[in-house]
Design a protein around this ligand. Structure first.
Ligand SMILES: Cc1cc2nc3c(=O)[nH]c(=O)nc-3n(C[C@H](O)[C@H](O)[C@H](O)COP(=O)(O)OP(=O)(O)OC[C@H]3O[C@@H](n4cnc5c(N)ncnc54)[C@H](O)[C@@H]3O)c2cc1C
Length: 463
């Protein structure tokens, strides 16, 4: 007797348990977008699946591979380039929010974490035992370790300590057909063969699903100090950055805000920033008490030499206020215009003095408000083009300006993204950066891990 063929969703329910597969329209709609501020192609998935362990993930991938169902992995959905957004109706979202276990190995200074662990929670726990996990995307209070690894997330501290990739020692992941790969080891040195761990970092869910990561930890620096430098022109900012970065001091953060960023954040939540200034730098140094004192004095000397006014935030509450002002920039910009395109380009540091004024020229050419801030110490700038969403003409001007912003970054041998990834929104620009040969290699790698193109299809590259 012939049996009735089970639907793929029923197969998933039987394999992992009905309570882990949600097909309600409310949930399917809720999981059909992320934090990307501009409209992107988007579809309602056929189900949202919540694996609770590695075994569940293997079963999900096996069934999806048998049934040709696209899989859209998701951490907290805080991505800014549409990475977690489903693009086809028959796909499923795999949300890692129930995989939140982690275990610290203090003697080896490592932590083994499931992908759904919230970054801030992991950081707090390791700091309680005197250790430190530096990668600090501004979304650290809600983004997940899995999402951070998939995007190779960074933040202010990554100038000194390196981005997420530097901290991933090993991964457990499920790739095409439900095959399991275990990459790397909890050791600091390992040169055995091609580095698949690092290849997976930043792959934006297109190569497979990460189910566990072994992360490196370092000792927590005991002290920090912050200085605020105020500028009357943009050219001097580039000079100050180069001078500080070549002085032998290695700041733990070196952040930039232009005049409109300063005004926006002061209007949003006043922090005592100089509203009339052309730009400012927030400079943080860390280490032992005595090292911190010496370094911040040296920063002061450099700024004096080039004629820049500065303040050292001696009182910790003043330092905290300055850093909260920096963190408030995202919501503050939301108050300026209804539409925002937020790009995160990178320039080699030596070109900053030239590039900053040229960004202003692009804004002028397209009659747009452009607000620039970011991690200037590593050349990574957040360029925000603001426009009125109700005007299609203004939106088109913003899109044309973005093309020129990317051309500018690539013209100076920089990058189209330092943190937010390619996802959906920057797919068309990736080839500009890789060239044809490089792009073919990326496609070949994708096929090797995911021969049926079912992991996050439509993201990063066109296969
Ligand atoms: C206000 C705000 C500030 C931000 N600031 C920063 C910043 O300073 N620096 C920075 O780098 N980013 C920043 N971001 C962007 C975003 O927070 C990061 O990209 C973050 O790493 C995404 O994590 P998530 O858990 O939300 O992942 P999601 O957005 O859910 O997913 C991101 C990508 O990871 C993939 N993915 C998720 N989990 C897995 C898994 N287990 N296996 C395989 N693939 C997976 C998804 O498919 C998607 O492609 C910011 C975002 C917001 C909203």
């Amino acid at each position: 007797m012939l049996g009735i063929r089970k639907s793929p969703i029923d197969k998933l329910r039987t394999a992992v348990g009905g309570d882990k597969v949600d097909t309600s329209i409310t949930q399917r709609k809720l999981y059909s977008y992320d934090a990307t501020p501009i409209p992107v192609e988007r579809a309602i998935p056929s189900a949202v699946v919540f694996p609770e362990n590695h075994g569940d993930v293997v079963k999900i991938v096996e069934i999806c591979y048998e049934e040709n169902i696209p899989i859209f992995p998701r951490g907290a959905g805080s991505g800014l380039t549409g990475g977690a957004v489903p693009t086809v109706e028959r796909g499923i979202v795999v949300s890692f929010e129930r995989m939140t276990a982690f275990e610290i190995d203090t003697d080896n200074a490592t932590v083994k974490a499931q992908p759904g662990v919230i970054t801030a929670q992991l950081q707090e726990a390791v700091e309680k035992v005197g250790l430190f996990y530096p990668p600090d995307p501004s979304s650290y209070k809600y983004s997940t370790i899995g999402g951070n690894i998939a995007e190779n997330a960074g933040g202010p501290r990554c100038l000194k300590y390196g981005v997420t990739r530097e901290y991933v020692l090993g991964l457990r992941a499920v790739i095409g057909k439900g095959k399991i790969i275990e990459t790397g080891n909890p050791v600091l040195k390992d040169v055995a063969g091609y580095d698949i761990t690092k290849l997976f970092v930043g792959s934006e869910g297109t190569l497979g699903l990460i189910t566990e990561a072994t992360l490196k930890l370092i000792p927590k620096p005991p002290a920090t100090a912050t200085a605020l430098a105020v500028f009357e022109d943009l050219e001097t900012v580039g000079r100050a950055v180069t001078r500080i970065m070549t002085s032998g001091i290695f700041p733990s953060a070196l952040e930039f805000m232009d005049r409109d960023a300063i005004r926006a954040v002061e209007d949003f939540k006043p922090a005592g920033l100089p509203k009339g200034a052309e730009a400012l730098l927030l400079i943080e140094v860390d280490g032992t008490q005595s090292a911190v004192r010496e370094q911040i004095e040296e920063v002061g000397r450099i700024l004096e030499e080039i004629g820049v006014k500065y303040e050292v935030a001696d009182d910790p509450s003043r330092a905290q206020k300055l850093w909260s002002a920096r963190k408030n920039l995202g919501p503050a910009l939301g108050n300026l215009r209804s539409g925002k395109i937020n790009e995160d380009i990178v320039f080699p540091r030596t070109y900053l003095s030239e590039a900053l004024p040229r960004l202003r020229e692009i804004a002028g050419k397209y009659h747009l408000l452009m607000v620039v801030f970011g991690h200037i110490g590593d050349g990574n700038l957040h360029v925000n083009l603001l426009y009125d969403k109700s005007s299609r003409e203004e939106e088109e001007r913003a899109e044309r300006a973005v093309d020129e912003v990317f051309e500018l970054a690539l013209g100076y041998h920089g990058s189209i993204t330092g943190e937010h990834g390619v996802g959906l929104t920057k797919r068309k620009f990736l080839k500009w950066q890789t060239g044809d040969e490089g792009y073919e290699i990326l496609k070949g790698i994708k096929r090797l891990f995911d021969p049926k193109n079912l992991f996050n299809p439509g993201k990063v590259i066109d296969v």
